[in-house]
Ligand binder design. Sequence first.
Ligand code: ADP
Length: 458
Amino acid sequence: HATKKTMADHLRKFETLFTLTPQRMRMIVDAFTESLEIGLESPGQVVPMIPTFVFGWPSGHETGEYLALDLGGTNLRVCLVTLNGGGKFEITQSKYRLSEEQKHDDGQKLFNFCADCVKTFIDSNIGNSEEMIKSGVKLPLGFTFSYPCSQDRIDHGVLLRWTKGFSAPNTEGQDVTALFRKALEDHKVPVDLVALTCDTTGTLIASAYVNPKTKIAVIFGTGCNAAYMETVKEIPKLKDHGFASDAEIAINCEWGAFDSYKHEHLPRTKYDVVVDESSNKPGEQAFEKLISGRYLGEILRLVICDLIDEGVLFLGQNTYKIEIPYSLDTAFLSLMESDPTDELLMIIGIFTHFFALETTLAERQFFRALAKLIGKRSARLSACGIAAIVKRKDLLDEGCSVGADGSLYNKYPGFADRVHEGLQDIFGDKGLNIVTHHAEDGSGIGSAIIAAMTKQRK
Ligand code: ADP
């Protein structure tokens, strides 16, 4: 009979499955660049390339006091941002917890709660809001609302559909700025809502404010997205809008959708196919599903479950805990990769504590190697996305900075280095000209700067 395969033998198979060669990466970059261009041509394409109506870069000289409101998945954050010019700012902020009911209660009530929080914040950090209303003082506010909206100007936006676990009725299909303005008025809040933006666009603007070499922003968190600045004349779908042809406008790429539906370009393993087909939106967000924090842990879990089914792992142990979908968080991959001990004690801890499973050293080395393969593939695919924008904007020779944010970028060990290595595999030595850095807070600072830029234009 055949000799039993060792964990190292198994690993070789996964190395082949999850490794991206430089040649393959270049093919992905070419297809990605084309997708970006198609998105700019007409509305409703796979990569939607949404014009944000944020025109041009901040000068860095924007000054004054602005409010920013960030309606995130779990919290509501109100910020007072003082822009001092010269790329400097100060920020004061408070967070208000959103209850599960509020996410599903009537939309107007949700915005009433937002208005109430802004009012509380003003009263405790700025001054008496009733007095301000009486003397006609209004503070400009930027609203970060990172849900898909259709916009045709900066201070307006129709919610297309809720995401991130919200389902408040009477909101989809409505102008959320109108709902919020009504709430501000009813609650007598001395605020002028001047701009509606998303976190990725905010990250682009905030990073450029402090570092003018920034040309691209990317988010690697629960989801994955990018924004950059495009020239109006290069955006065929805006040709009837009457904007100056050499004006620049920030584009929210929504690039997580690259290669959705047809799946022609990205290297999907059978595990990626399972992630996709068992998701609540099969076929969609194909790029994001190979990269973002929401999915990396699940991919590793599916490989482990496959090996359990084949009788390779955990024979005779009760494996029900690890068979629960999404029970292995991406944070565990970070921990596995950074385990400093020879015995891999961190990995022992994870498996005994969270999954009630005993592991051998060979298995732990295998899990760590697998985490590395999945994490590395995510970073190298991210490099492909960045490279596509670099090609599109011809930024390779002059070089640029890429503002990056999100837990995957900030906490996964070696993620940034792997992105940089990927860029060199794609572009050769010139890849060194493209450097990522930790971005500024897009939904706070970025939103405030966008409010400042909008006021200046008026
Ligand atoms: P969001 O994108 O929701 O605003 P984050 O940027 O914090 O927030 O991203 C959350 C995602 O990051 C989750 O999917 C989580 O699994 C993942 N994550 C959290 N901590 C870590 C970590 N230490 N290493 C890698 N991924 C992490």
